[in-house]
Design a protein around this ligand. Structure first.
Ligand code: PHE
Length: 414
């Protein structure tokens, strides 16, 4: 059982005895961490920021971690991801868990809140690794937060999979860091292609978040691709996440005759921008990237966001069996339609479990090698193969906001 996932027989014995005596293990395991993960017995304390108390792990369980924005301005990112992971873990466990050397191990999920802040990432990833003894980490959504958390996982030799960070730099942090989504050079191309070919826009303006790695990168890629396709960028203006008044920037843009406004930001700001742009009489379609993906976009943006478009990792209304099975199960469990984050969280957890099983181990470097060789994994968000940069190469979809919901509009192949 447990010796399998711990390289330290003596401490394993201590843990086994402690569990047998019904003791919590946080204190005992707190300093037991070497270069390989030993993740049996986690503490019984609920992790901070977790909506529901984290389930306690018992001997033989494999603990995995998730760090994400469970609260804050991008809370739906972390919450949806967490739900997607939970659904996957539940299904994997119901099907017998992860089998290693003929023995099945239940997965136990520990989730930590980043509040969407890069400065929180190091602390929570360290906690998951040193206190919870996770075999691997899933997270974050936002590229800037992932860029802060990834060096910690890399340093501890614990594999990390970001479900949804699209900035190229995220996986460049080190050989332990993977993603199951496409990257922004492709997403920028997809948006530019849709703008130029489908919307037939010739002049576009850009309003981006200068403080977010994701937004800066996606702006550059859109600009480059749109120009290559013969388009003209007539204005580029920068904001900083959380700004209340976008009127000065929008007023500048309004005078430039753009047929399209590209906003590579996150949904809370995008909804505010849309409301203020419409008030200023700006009627052009708005276009964005995956950062728009939240049920709060329409809740906050209302009519101002109708008829706008964004690129994403999947569309819940696509009639493929994989997507529809996932949507049905997710709705039954959580009472809402899963967004792209939920789908990516689900895929990330399933790729991880599949890799553990193929590795026959939760040892950091063996697990790393197995994740790296993931090939043709059938995910909800498409077929996942990990390339030599530890990224997935997948198509994007463009959705249109109609009746307050994202509706499939186009598919862009890599
Ligand atoms: N791609 C975004 C980033 O890297 C995060 C994101 C992914 C947001 C998917 C919504 C949906 O920051």
């Amino acid at each position: 059982m447990h010796a399998l996932i711990s390289s330290r027989p003596v401490l394993s014995l201590v843990r086994t005895l402690a569990l047998g005596a019904g003791l919590g293990l946080t204190a005992l395991t707190g300093c037991d961490r070497g270069s390989s993960p030993s993740n049996a017995g986690a503490g019984k304390t609920a992790s901070s920021g977790t909506p529901a108390p984290a389930p306690a792990a018992t001997v033989g369980d494999i603990v995995i971690g998730h760090y994400g924005s469970l609260t804050g301005a991008e809370a739906t990112f972390g919450l949806s991801t967490d739900n997607g992971i939970k659904l996957a873990v539940e299904e994997i466990n119901a099907a017998g868990g992860v089998t290693i050397a003929g023995k099945s191990h239940k997965l136990v999920l520990k989730s930590e809140d980043t509040e969407g802040k890069p400065e929180k990432a190091g602390t929570v990833v360290t906690k998951l690794i040193t206190a919870d003894k996770v075999a691997a980490v899933i997270g974050e959504v936002a590229s800037s937060v992932t860029l802060a958390g990834a060096p910690v996982a890399q340093q501890f030799g614990v594999p990390m999979i970001t479900p949804s960070s699209t900035n190229p730099q995220c996986t460049a942090v080190g050989d332990m860091i993977f993603r199951v989504c496409f990257i922004d050079p492709f997403q920028g191309f997809a948006c530019a292609k849709f703008a130029a070919s489908d919307l037939k826009a010739k002049k576009a303006a850009i309003l981006f978040d200068q403080a977010a790695a994701y937004s800066v990168g996606l702006k550059d890629e859109f600009e480059k691709n749109f120009k290559q396709m013969g388009g003209e960028i007539v204005a580029v203006e920068a904001y900083t996440k959380g700004e209340a008044n976008f009127n000065p920037l929008l007023t500048k843009i309004r005078e430039k005759g753009a047929e399209l406004l590209f906003i590579p930001g996150y949904y809370t700001d995008v909804a505010n921008i849309a409301l203020q742009a419409r008030k200023l009489g700006m009627k052009m379609p708005l276009l964005g990237g995956d950062g728009w993906d939240s049920s709060d976009l329409a809740k906050n943006g209302g009519a101002a966001i109708e008829g706008s478009f964004y690129s994403n990792h999947y569309a819940s209304d696509q009639p493929t069996p994989e997507i529809q099975a996932f949507v049905t199960k997710y709705k039954a469990k959580f009472g809402e339609t899963p967004d792209g984050l939920a789908a990516l969280g689900y895929d990330a957890a399933r790729v991880l479990a599949d890799s553990m099983q193929r590795a026959g181990s939760t040892d950091g470097s063996k697990l790393r090698d197995a994740i790296a060789t993931t090939k043709d994994f059938k995910g909800v968000t498409g077929t996942i193969s990990i390339n030599d940069k530890r990224d997935a190469v997948k198509p994007a979809v463009i959705v249109e906001m109609k009746g307050g919901k994202p509706v499939f509009r186009a598919r862009v192949e890599p």
